[in-house]
Structure formats: C-alpha cells, structure tokens
Design a protein around this ligand. Structure first.
Ligand SMILES: Nc1ncnc2c1ncn2[C@@H]1O[C@H](COP(=O)(O)OP(=O)(O)OP(=O)(O)O)[C@@H](O)[C@H]1O
Length: 664
C-alpha cells in the first residue's frame, strides 16, 4: 500500500483539480498560487470484542503491529498475513481521547483559517462508527469533544479586541434511502444538493442554528438525534439506517479594513454500515434500506477509485452521499477517514473490504484553500435610517468607532418561542435516556478534568439567564418595530400629502391605465385571486386610492349583441382596472426584495411559490447573487416565463397594497 509513481500522482492531482478543488482556486482571494495538496488522512480503529456478539475465547482475525500498521490473516493462504499501513492504527485498548487527540483535534484549527475539514466514520455495521463519533455516557466520542474544543477556540479567537469576530452555526441532516432530510426540521422533506461556482457544495433551505456554547449545541442536537433513522438488525440492536451528517460552520468577519470574511465548514459524518444481508438477516424495509446504504457506499468506492486513477469523470453525482462529499473527497477539505473494524472472525470479509477501501482512500489528494471574500455590506454606505433603527445596546456599540459600527453582529442566543420557554431540563427529561445519560456523563467528565467554560447541560440558573436575555431581546425587538412603524406612518402621511398636491396639478396623468398585457383588465379580473380584488375594492373607495376600477359601458358586447341595430343597453358592462405606475413599481420592488432577502419559508408565503420553487429560488440566489429584476425569475431552472408572469400578476397587487409577506 505505498504511493504510486509520480505520473500517477500527477493524474490524481489533475482529477482533484477537475473536482471542487481546481475551481475553488479561482475564488481564492489575493493569491495566484495553487493551494498545496493535502492527502486524505486515514486511521483504522479496531474495536474490542463486545458482549453478546461473540465469546471472548475467540481469537481475533486482526492484529496490530504498531501505531500505524496491522495485519489480517490471508484467506487465500493461512500461512501468510496481509499487512496494511495507515496514518494511524488504534488497537482495541485505545481510548476515545486517543482517537480524538491523535486524528481529529489537529484538523480543527484549519476551520479558523477559513478552510474546510471533514471526519468520516466508515466500516461494516456494528464495527463501532457511532461509538467513535458520538460515544457512550462514560466515553464521549469525536462529536462532543470536537464541539467543546471548537466553541472554546472560537470564543478565544473572536474575543473583543481580536481582529476577527467569529460565529458558529450547526446543521444536521441524514441521507436516508437517497433522500436528504433535515434533522433539525424533519417536516422540510427531501432537500436538493447544489454546487456553487467555486465548487462548494451547499444545500439550500437546510436549517442552520447559531450556537455559542455546548449547551446551545446539545439543545438542538439531542432532539434532532432522535429524528435519525435507526433500527435493529441481527448484528446491531441500534443500527444506523442512514448516513448522518453534522455540519458546523465557522464564520469569521474582520473587524477592521479590509473587512474580509471567511467561512470554514466542518463535516462530522457517521456513515451507515456496509451490510452483508446474508448475515444481517434483513428483510422488507431493512433490506430496502440496506440496498440504498450499500449502493451509496459502492458509489463512494467508485469515486475513490476514479480519483486514484485520475479518471476525467468522477461519479460524484451517482449518489447523494458522494455528491455531498464532493468537496471533502478530492475537493477542498482536510479530511480524515476513520475506518472502524471488528475483531470477530465472522466480520473477516467485511474487515478486509473496509481495510482495502481505507487503503485506497489514503491515496486521494485534496487541495484545501481559504474560503475568503470581502464583506459585501461594508462596501455599501450605512443609511441613517438603519442607524435610527438600532436598539439601545447596538447604539452603545455604535458610539465607539466607525469600525465598531459596521462590524458583523456578534453571535446572539437564538430567539426562543413560547413553547421553547419550557425548561430545557424538562425537555431533556423527555429525551432518550441513554442520550441524556451520555451528556450528563460527559458533563461530569469535563468537570472532573477541570474544564473551564459553560457546562454541557443547562442548569436552572443558566436557564433563567437565557430567558432573561430572550425577554430583553424581545423588548428591544418591540421597540425597534415601534420605531419602524412610526417611520412608516410618517412616510405614508408625506406620500399622501404629495399625492394630493400632484392630483391637483395633474389629475388626468396620474391614473394612466396600464397596457392590457401586464395588468388585469375586465376579463382577467374575474380570475383575479380574492386578496388583491378585495384590496382593490377597498382602495377604490378611498379618495387617495392608487387603484381604480372604472365601469365602462358598451366596451364589450355579447356575441348575440354585435348587430349594430341592437340597443346599447344590451351591451355587457366591462370593468377596466387602472393602477398607478407608482403602486406597481412598489409591488415590484417588494417582490424583488423578497426574492433577494427572503428565506425559503418567506418565499413560500407568496402566491404560486411552493416548497420546491422556494428552494430553487434560494439556490439560484446563492449561486448567482441577487436578482436584479423580477423577470430574472425566468432564469431559475424550473420556472418558465409563463409561470413568472402569472407569479407576478398574483403577487404584485397584494404586496403593493401592503399585504404582509416580508422576510421574517
Ligand atoms: N471501541 C469500543 N469500545 C467498546 N464498545 C464498543 C466500541 N466500539 C463499538 N462498541 C460497541 O459495539 C456496538 C456496536 O457499535 P456501533 O453502534 O457504534 O456500531 P456502528 O458501526 O455504528 O453500527 P451501524 O453501522 O449498524 O450503526 C455498540 O454496542 C457499541 O457500544
């Protein structure tokens, strides 16, 4: 298992360049140099014999040689063994801390450099992936340890007086039967995976929760973990039936010029186990799940092979798992693969196959780069009205220097809804007892090690503090809204005054009818949706209304009345809708603002926009930047010109007339 010749290496690097890494280079700010390569690091962990799966008298089929190598019996010739060498080998006596400190902790610092990192646990079912990633009550795994350290690092690096302000968010998803499901918002359905122009993989619409402490993290993570799909198989009572992906993003904003911003992503992935269904005894749903798991792991193997052979096409798109890992394998991340293996003889073939996969993976070359850009909002001048809307604490900050005024907001505690105001401890008591016990134990463990900082679980005192902070924030929010309302009322009064003036000067030109093509005339009015029509009628009654319905007689006749001799009375009344261009422009602007600033949920509140379209819009925006005009909607894949027009018609009046539909 040694590295190949230099030409093979060059081909592999070319393959890496044609994946995410090569394109990322273009986005790298301030450097024309190609990012240096970083091989995927591979560690193997051998779990001990576990009770209930095998008698301890059985001799293992795997044996460690040193801290990097191991050997397994050669099934073709029992006189020989197959030897493997990796970046690290952890034997059955190794501790959770050994694995974390030896293989995971060293890559965390890259996140603060604005680079991506990923940790993948791979291996057959029951070999210890979940144990390695999540751990047990007494033995917390990679995820809690990494989160504690990362949050500590970001607190220190982002402290007042340091050059960068840091914030951390988390997302948690699973890939179950080729569906990408948001574990923090299980109702959101199958999400799409996209790639931006820099080769970064992203999932529009995926929930991101801000976290500032481990307590924040566990508040989101624990309930979400219960949403993960697990089931009993013959080999593992709590077998993971999906690939679970925890995504932690570290955002950095420079406090002083040139106001750079960086983003580092950490993927912590607990893959579902490869399964031999002759041994798992899977049937029905379990067999179907197993098929999806094995297929995606098979594609993962093909991706690794393609990268190793320098093939021009790497089949990332052949499964959701590999598409998601595109920027981690042969892409832009510092990656560590932990291959978990079991000592029991009945695992022999799975063990050899996992070791072979691990050996192939260590040849994969990534090109991590710093994901850096300029903060867009600091380029635009700050409007006085925005200043006026600042809450008292923000005003205090703003009294400092100009830099203070435009720096990014420091992470805040996420707003708590009425239902969330229940004690987090009460919520925790309804959790999976094993999970709760894990956290409590981790808490105790860290306490006994004298770890400074926030305890892992909420205490009543902390809970009260969070509530007080939330109430304060709500009060501020109310104050801000009141001020905003006053400002809007003043604007409306000013507008009305100027309208009245204009009306006096030029009463005919103001209500110019719009061409039939763009505005509802008599016939389309019948089809008009209820909301705008109601608004139209209400507004027509008001003297300052900008929408008028004019009743025109004899504009349109019934077919049988076309005879000129027919009396005029038989002609059908025809309604003509006339809307001021200002109102129309206002509606357009509101739609545009919503398209550029609204979340997928905000967009869903628009007429004719369902979940899929909302996600497509958010995805397009993330890929191409803001919409310059409403008609750009046509450029979104899956939205036709006709759909765009009917969307415009359905929403423009409602929004222009003040229907609440803004970003929340
Ligand atoms: N290093 C270890 N020390 C002690 N027990 C372990 C170790 N690794 C795994 N185990 C135990 O082995 C069992 C199976 O482990 P685990 O659930 O982590 O496997 P898995 O690879 O995640 O399986 P699946 O793919 O089916 O989800 C569990 O009871 C776990 O506690």
């Amino acid at each position: 298992m040694v590295a190949g010749s230099s030409s093979l290496l060059r081909r592999r690097e070319m393959a890496a360049a044609t994946s995410g890494a090569g394109r990322c280079r273009l986005s790298k700010m301030g450097s024309g140099r190609r990012p240096p390569p970083a091989r995927v690091r591979v560690a193997v962990r051998l779990r001990p014999f576990v009770d209930g799966t095998s008698g301890t008298s059985e001799s293992p089929c795997v044996r460690g040689i040193d801290s990097c190598s191991l050997e397994v019996a050669n099934w073709r010739n029992y006189q020989e063994t197959l030897k493997y060498q990796f970046d690290a080998f952890y034997g059955e006596k190794s501790s959770q801390q050994d694995i974390y400190a030896g293989s995971v902790q060293p890559i965390l610092r890259h996140l603060l450099e604005g680079q991506n990192a990923s940790v993948l646990a791979y291996g057959p079912t029951g070999a210890g992936k979940t144990h390695t990633m999540l751990g047990s009550p007494e033995l917390p795994g990679v995820i809690p340890r990494a989160l504690v350290d990362l949050l500590q690092m970001t607190r220190e690096e982002g402290a007042e007086g340091r050059p960068w302000a840091l914030s951390v968010t988390m997302s948690y998803l699973e890939i179950y039967q080729e569906k990408v499901l948001d574990l923090l918002d299980p109702a959101s359905g199958d999400l799409v995976i996209r790639e931006d122009c820099r080769g970064n993989i992203l999932i529009p619409g995926l929930t991101q929760k801000p976290i500032t402490s481990f307590a924040d993290f566990e508040q989101h993570f624990l309930p979400a973990s219960r949403n993960r799909t697990v089931g009993a198989t013959r080999l593992n009572q709590r077998s993971s039936r999906s690939h679970a992906v925890l995504l932690v993003k570290v955002d950095q904003r420079e406090r002083l010029a040139p106001f750079r911003q960086r983003e580092g992503k950490l993927y912590l992935i607990d893959l579902a186990g490869s399964e031999d269904n002759r041994r798992t005894g899977n049937q029905g749903l379990r067999l179907k799940e197993s098929g999806a798991i094995n297929t995606s792991l098979f594609v993962l193997g093909k991706v690794v092979d393609a990268l190793n052979q320098g093939l021009p096409r790497v089949p990332y798109r052949d499964s959701k798992l590999t598409r998601l890992l595109q920027d981690s394998l042969g892409g832009s991340a510092h990656s560590i693969l932990i291959a978990n293996i079991a000592p029991e003889r009945r695992f022999y073939l799975d063990t050899v196959s996992a070791l072979n996969f691990a050996a192939r993976s260590k040849e994969v070359i990534n090109r991590p780069f710093t994901n850096e850009s300029l903060q867009l909002h600091v380029l635009a001048p700050v409007k006085p009205s925005q200043k006026e809307l600042l809450g008292p604490s923000e005003v205090k900050q703003a009294q400092g220097s100009e830099e203070e005024e435009i720096r990014s907001p420091e992470p805040t505690v996420a707003p708590v809804s009425a239902s969330q105001k229940l004690s987090p401890l009460q919520k925790l008591s309804s959790l999976d007892p094993a999970m709760l016990e894990r956290l409590l134990s981790l808490d105790r463990l860290l306490g006994s090690h004298g770890t400074q900082g926030t305890p892992l679980l909420n205490t009543p005192k902390r809970e009260r503090m969070v509530l007080i902070k939330t109430v304060e924030e709500k009060d501020l929010e109310i104050e801000r809204l009141k001020m905003k309302q006053k400002e809007l009322e003043a604007k409306v009064l000013a507008q009305e005054a100027s309208d009245a003036k204009e009306k006096e000067n030029c009463s005919h030109t103001m209500l110019r009818p719009l061409p039939r093509r763009t505005v509802t005339t008599a016939k389309p009015l019948k089809k008009a949706v209820v909301m705008p029509l109601q608004l139209i009628q209400e507004q027509a009654a008001s003297p300052s209304a900008e929408i008028h319905i004019l009743k025109k007689k004899g504009q349109k006749r019934k077919l049988e009345s076309l005879d000129a001799s027919e009396p005029q009375e038989k002609a059908e009344d025809c309604w003509e809708l006339q809307i001021s261009p200002e109102l129309l422009a206002r509606g357009r602007q509101k739609i545009l603002d919503l398209l550029n600033e609204g979340s997928a949920r905000d967009l869903r509140s628009l007429q004719r926009i369902g979940q899929k379209k909302a996600q497509l819009i958010v995805g397009w925006r993330e890929l191409h930047g803001p919409f310059t005009q409403v008609e750009d909607l046509e450029r979104v894949e899956g939205i036709s010109g006709k759909q765009m027009e009917s969307f415009l018609k359905a929403n423009i009046l409602g929004l222009a007339a003040g229907q609440r539909c803004g970003p929340s």
